[in-house]
Design a protein around this ligand. Structure first.
Ligand SMILES: NC(=O)c1ccc[n+]([C@@H]2O[C@H](COP(=O)([O-])OP(=O)(O)OC[C@H]3O[C@@H](n4cnc5c(N)ncnc54)[C@H](OP(=O)(O)O)[C@@H]3O)[C@@H](O)[C@H]2O)c1
Length: 353
């Protein structure tokens, strides 16, 4: 095992446990942290290499304990949600301590908050902070950067998620309920972010074969609406989620299923980028187990930050701003997070006279 240590906040949750197991399998010493001492001890004792695990108890309102956690780790992976509640105190401790920070947030408002609140303090302390390095948010951020690489004059980037068999945890269920009922939504149209009430509609997204066109909830509030415009010169960016995802039996009632059942989800994430003069590009990836896909991204990001393979100076970055997007996608494909099907170009068509 090797220093530096990587800390996991919310380690006894489903995502935290997967992150801990993956880090141990990849040779790291870890700190498992959260608010519940008994749950952390039980979880630490169940891991494959307990000798390489220490525990640290820190409630969200205990700034000193959170600060101590961040000061004693090279990277902190924040796995406790909803992030509207858990985000500010944990991110604040990391930014102040100069501890690199990675989280699994979905929520656009949390992502905006991180960019708005911690850019300067992270730059001063040297902390590199990457929100939503996970399935929702981070993977499409990487895919959008890869699909649009070298494109100029982009009219629209649309992210289509097809997700089936999503068994939710308590925190995921709570997060989804908050997102779905949110009135003031973050959108990006006309080259600008807007926050306010907006129409939610059904539309059709043209997934590549064999999936084909699917009815979508549009827009769906995802954090990549905040990050993609930072590095892709598009006039509008929208995320859409298959309407069937929330209609599936068990989606909102399965928080007590075992981990193996929870791993049975299947997914396709596609990005369509259309040019101002017509034509454009599409790219997509597919796989099983959205939880594992997100964990492999957060762990890969944390390991790279621990090795000094991220941005040269502290600040808040999207996943694609922090790492070369196309090679990160390929590395995640190799790790088994998903299968990347590549990018297809469609030339602009001439109008018939
Ligand atoms: N972007 C993505 O694709 C993606 C992927 C995976 C997860 N996530 C997000 O990650 C979060 C965790 O998901 P999960 O599946 O691991 O959920 P989970 O199994 O329900 O675990 C939630 C964890 O958060 C902790 N927690 C919740 N509220 C807390 C609070 N007020 N103070 C301290 N700790 C608190 C819980 O601690 P206790 O046991 O003490 O309650 C537990 O450790 C969710 O918000 C989910 O949406 C996102």
């Amino acid at each position: 095992m090797s220093a530096p240590r990587i800390a996991i906040y919310g380690a006894n949750g489903h995502t935290g446990r997967l992150v801990a197991a993956e880090l141990l399998a990849r040779g790291q010493d870890i700190v498992v942290a959260g608010r519940n001492a008994g749950a952390l001890d039980a979880m630490a004792g169940s891991l494959a290499s307990p000798a390489h695990v220490t525990t640290h108890v820190a409630a969200l309102d205990d700034a000193a304990a959170l600060r101590e956690l961040a000061e004693n780790a090279a990277v902190l992976i924040h796995c406790a949600g909803p992030y509207a509640v858990t985000g500010p105190p944990v991110a604040s401790a990391a930014a102040a301590a100069g501890c690199h920070y990675v989280d699994h947030a979905v929520e656009p408002h949390h992502v905006r908050f991180l960019f708005g609140e911690f850019g300067e303090s992270a730059h001063r302390s040297g902390a590199i902070m990457i929100p939503q390095a996970s399935f929702y948010g981070g993977i499409p951020d990487l895919l959008a950067a890869t699909v649009t690489g070298g494109m100029t004059d982009i009219d629209r980037v649309t992210i289509g998620y097809w997700v089936s068999g999503w068994r939710m945890t308590p925190a995921a269920k709570r997060t989804a309920e908050l997102l779905i009922t949110e009135i003031d939504r973050v959108t990006f149209t006309g080259g600008t972010h807007h926050v306010g009430p907006g129409e939610v509609r059904n539309t059709v997204f043209p997934f590549p074969p064999p999936l084909g066109p699917r009815t979508m909830i549009a827009p769906f509030p995802m954090g990549e609406i905040v990050t993609i415009p930072r590095h892709v010169p598009a006039r509008s960016v929208e995320a859409q989620l298959t309407a069937t995802t929330f209609a599936e039996e068990q989606v909102f009632t399965s928080e007590n299923v075992d981990d193996a059942t929870r791993a049975q989800s299947t997914f396709v994430i596609a990005v369509q980028a259309t040019g101002l003069a017509g034509g454009g590009r599409t790219g997509h990836l597919s796989g099983h187990d959205i939880w594992r896909a997100g964990v492999l991204l957060s762990v890969e990001a944390a390991l790279r930050l621990a090795r000094g393979q991220g941005p040269a100076a502290g600040g808040v970055f999207s996943t694609a701003e922090a790492f070369p997007a196309a090679s990160m996608l390929q590395d995640l494909d190799t790790l088994g997070a998903f299968f990347f099907h590549g990018v297809t170009e469609s030339a602009a068509k001439q109008e018939m006279r």
